[in-house]
Design a protein around this ligand. Structure first.
Ligand SMILES: [Zn+2]
Length: 144
């Protein structure tokens, strides 16, 4: 695959327009198709049982599509990562935006990623595992 094509594919995956598993185009459908109740629109690949939500009132995906395995790992990654910045809010009385921003910046340097690529919503399974590993160490050190 040439670099241009690979770039387009990555952009498509990041924007939710392309399924990261089968590389086919996704469909923008109502989430009631999956959940029975509507929580807004989602990008769906029915074949891979993979989907992702959109920012409210837009067709902008929250990240790449996730299948069952990745959904579990993302939940776990958030479970380890979110308490770190929530603790900062309590300790330093700063805003949620500030605390989360600082935490993601810290995570991006730990993972050697650019800040704009550092969002759990964009991560694959291996990256989620790395988040758990990194944050687990931190929880230990701080006797969290
Ligand atoms: Zn697919």
């Amino acid at each position: 695959m040439n670099r241009q094509l690979q770039g387009n594919l990555l952009d498509g995956i990041k924007s939710g327009k392309v399924c990261p598993y089968c590389h086919m185009s996704t469909e923008l459908v109502d989430s009631s198709l999956i959940y029975g109740t509507s929580y807004g629109m989602i990008y769906l690949c029915a074949k891979c049982r993979a989907w992702v939500g959109v920012h409210k009132g837009t067709d902008v995906a929250l990240g790449r599509l996730a299948n069952d395995e990745l959904r579990e790992w993302k939940k776990l990654a958030h479970g380890y990562f979110d308490p770190l910045w929530k603790r900062k809010i309590e300790k330093e009385n700063c805003s949620k935006k500030e605390a989360r921003g600082a935490a993601y910046k810290w995570l991006s340097s730990k993972m050697s990623l650019s800040p704009e690529d550092t969002h759990i919503g964009l991560f694959d399974v291996d990256q989620c595992k790395k988040v758990v590993e990194i944050c687990r160490e931190y929880h230990k050190r701080k006797h969290y």
